[in-house]
Structure formats: structure tokens, C-alpha cells
Design a protein around this ligand. Structure first.
Ligand code: TMP
Length: 208
């Protein structure tokens, strides 16, 4: 049994990632692939319990370091319970956010030492790195207003203010530039079908 494929979706708030992750999963299933669509933080029963702690409440409830540790705790559970078994069974895993969100939100925008985030990634994720990461790029003020208009309960990160979100958009562009082998920047401006076509083109071009 050959290993499955691991694709992650990344970017700031309100860039349409989750919709596009679902559409890609549908498209791959229509082509006969066995696909697991999942998300972080969360994705496993234990991971979802940690998610409930970290995505709701006031922005100042947790430091960026506490967030980092919670994100990697949730990630460890998710990898062991869902991602590794699925990849081992030859399935495709599409994950809405993964370690690049910790690099951007807690590292570059939150001030946690990047080398510490990398050390956690080595310890927790190890060799199970994504084969392809699609980074959704949208001006942070547009994304943020889209996210806030949804009126969801999980608004802790949206509450961190415009400067934080502008740093985040820069951080994601930096990650894409640093990892050109794995990352593709997706222009998230446009209607759902136009963005879906860009996603599909990027996946086909990656030749997974
Ligand atoms: P979502 O809104 O895309 O479901 O993600 C939940 C929030 O969690 C989002 O505001 C980004 C944040 N997050 C981090 O800060 N670090 C991480 O490592 C992950 C996976 C998410």
C-alpha cells in the first residue's frame, strides 16, 4: 500500500479556505480518490477538545506561547488519531490549517521564537510533512471583514486587531517564499469558482 497524499490549506481569516478545501475534497472523490477532510486545531476528538479552549473567549486569555503549546498538543493528537492512519492506508488527507498557521499566528505575528516552533514541528510532525500547501492570499482587511460578517462564535483570533492580521498576511507570504518546493500561493480574490479553478490547477501542477 503506497502512502496517501497530504495537502494543507493555509492563510489568514476569511480567505475562503474552508469552502475551497471542501470543494477540492469533492473533486478528488469524484475522480475516485479516498479523501479525509479534516481541520486544525481539532480534527480528532482530543484535538477538538483543545480547539474549544483556544479559539473562543477573549484575545488576551492565552499568551502566544500557551497557544503554541496547545496547537502542537492538538496536532500530536490529530496526527496520531487521524492523519497518520489515513496516510498509511493510502488515503488523501486535506487539512484546513496545519503547522504553517502556528508559524504565522504564534511565530511571526505572535512573537514566539521561530526556532522553537520549528523544534516542536520536528518533534511532533517529523517526517509527516504536507506534500503540498496552498496558501490563500487576500488583503487582511478584506478577509477580516468577511470573517467577522459570518458572525461565528469562534472569534478569539479575529479579535487580535488589524496590525496582527496585517503581520499575518506578510508571514504567510514569507512562508510561501521560504518553502517553494511545498507551498503555492493562491490568489483568494474572486468568486468561488474562479478560486476553485486556481486550486485545481495548483494541485494538478504539483503532480501528486
Ligand atoms: P479557522 O478559523 O480557520 O477554523 O481556525 C481557527 C483559528 O485558529 C484561526 O483564527 C487561526 C488559529 N490557529 C492558530 O492560531 N494557530 C494554529 O496553529 C492553527 C492550526 C490555527
Amino acid at each position: 500500500m503506497s502512502r496517501g497524499r497530504f495537502i494543507t490549506f493555509e492563510g489568514g481569516e476569511g480567505a475562503g479556505k474552508s469552502t475551497q478545501a471542501r470543494l477540492l475534497a469533492d473533486g478528488l472523490r469524484a475522480r475516485g480518490h479516498d479523501v479525509v477532510l479534516t481541520r486544525e486545531p481539532g480534527g480528532s476528538p482530543g484535538g477538538e477538545r483543545i480547539r474549544a479552549l483556544v479559539v473562543s473567549g477573549a484575545a488576551e486569555d492565552w499568551s502566544a506561547m500557551t497557544e503554541t503549546l496547545l496547537m502542537f498538543a492538538a496536532r500530536d493528537d490529530h496526527l496520531n488519531a487521524v492523519i497518520r492512519p489515513a496516510l498509511g492506508a493510502g488515503r488523501w488527507v486535506i487539512c484546513d490549517r496545519f503547522s504553517d498557521s502556528t508559524r504565522a499566528y504564534q511565530g511571526a505575528a505572535g512573537g514566539v521564537d521561530g526556532a522553537f516552533v520549528e523544534a516542536l514541528d520536528v518533534a511532533v510532525v517529523g517526517k509527516d510533512q504536507p506534500d503540498l500547501t496552498l496558501i490563500f492570499d487576500l488583503a487582511s482587511e478584506r478577509g477580516l471583514s468577511r470573517a467577522l460578517a459570518r458572525g461565528e462564535a469562534e472569534t478569539r483570533f479575529e479579535g487580535k486587531g488589524p496590525d496582527f492580521h496585517a503581520r499575518l498576511a506578510e508571514a504567510f507570504r514569507g512562508i510561501a517564499a521560504q518553502h517553494p518546493d511545498r507551498c503555492r500561493l493562491i490568489d483568494a480574490d474572486g468568486d468561488v469558482d474562479a478560486v476553485a479553478a486556481r486550486v485545481w490547477a495548483a494541485v494538478e501542477a504539483a503532480g501528486l
